[in-house]
Every structure is written in structure tokens, then in C-alpha cells.
Design a protein. Structure first.
Length: 159
């Protein structure tokens, strides 16, 4: 897994990025965008990744974009496929993570994990068994309730 600081993108500003949810790369892989937000765009939930659940192809990347300040993206060590590498962005940093190992990835924002700022990346052909394994991981605070919704969304995506 490759982690790249995207300072160049950050300088473009969040507004410019917001209209580009993903981009196709020359090698056939896609970079998807997940925003880090203080408040979800069309709701009342606070401290969220948007979208919180994303399904991507093996070899694709996710660009975690610091649209609002005070957030980061860090992998949950207990919610990674075997052989996958962890990542941890700094607060306010945009980071791009490339996913080469298929499976279910859980991640969170370090300061807002128990406030429920968590998410899932589904890479490649994800099985119900892999989702069930991720469900077994103990969650704290509001992350528990949010993950119930997010696993339901994940199951719909693989169904
Ligand atoms: Cu946060």
C-alpha cells in the first residue's frame, strides 16, 4: 500500500475538489474521494466521512480530503485484511491510500473515533464472511451505532 501526501491537491482548495468525486488514472485504476467533514451535507450528523462506505476495485486509491479542519484518516489495526498495511494521516492532511489487498478495511478519525467518525473501504470481491469478521471488532461510543448502519450499507453493496 502506498501513502502519498497530496499537498498539491490541498492547495487547490476543497471547493475545487468537491466537484471531482473521482478520477480515472492512466493505468486503469481510479482515485476515489472521501471527504472529512464537520457535518454531513444533507443531514444533521456531525463528524463524518463522506461517503462513509465506499466500494473500490483492487489497485484503486482513496484520497481522504480534509474539506473541514481538525480531522484525519487512520486505519483500524483490527479491521484490515491479512497482509494489508496500516495508514495514518496527520490532522488536516489529505492522504491518498492505494489498496492492493482485497477485503474489508475499517478506519477512523483519531480525535473523533468515539464520536463515530469511522468508515469502511471495501476492496475487490468482498465476501459476507469478511464483513462478519469486521463486525466482531469491538467499537466504542457512537462508532458502534454508526458501524451498524455502515455494515448494512456494505452488505447491500456486495449483495
Ligand atoms: Cu474527525
Amino acid at each position: 500500500m502506498k501513502i502519498t501526501r497530496r499537498d498539491g491537491l490541498k492547495m487547490l482548495g476543497a471547493t475545487a475538489l468537491a466537484s471531482v468525486p473521482f478520477k480515472a488514472l492512466a493505468d486503469g485504476h481510479t482515485t476515489h474521494m472521501v471527504e472529512m467533514l464537520n457535518k454531513e451535507p444533507d443531514g444533521s450528523e456531525r463528524q463524518v466521512f463522506n461517503p462513509p462506505v465506499i466500494k473500490i476495485a483492487e489497485g484503486d486509491s482513496v484520497n481522504f480530503v480534509s474539506t473541514d479542519r481538525g480531522h484525519n484518516s487512520a486505519s483500524n489495526a483490527d479491521m484490515l485484511p491479512e497482509g494489508a498495511e496500516e495508514w495514518k494521516g496527520g490532522i488536516n492532511d489529505d492522504i491518498e491510500v492505494t489498496f492492493t489487498v482485497p477485503g474489508v478495511y475499517g478506519y477512523f478519525c483519531t480525535p473523533h473515533q468515539s464520536a463515530g467518525m469511522v468508515g469502511l473501504v471495501l476492496v475487490g470481491d468482498v465476501t459476507q464472511e469478511q464483513i462478519d469478521a469486521a463486525k466482531e471488532v469491538r467499537q466504542r461510543g457512537k462508532a458502534r451505532a454508526r458501524y451498524e448502519d455502515y455494515f448494512a450499507m456494505a452488505e447491500e453493496m456486495i449483495g
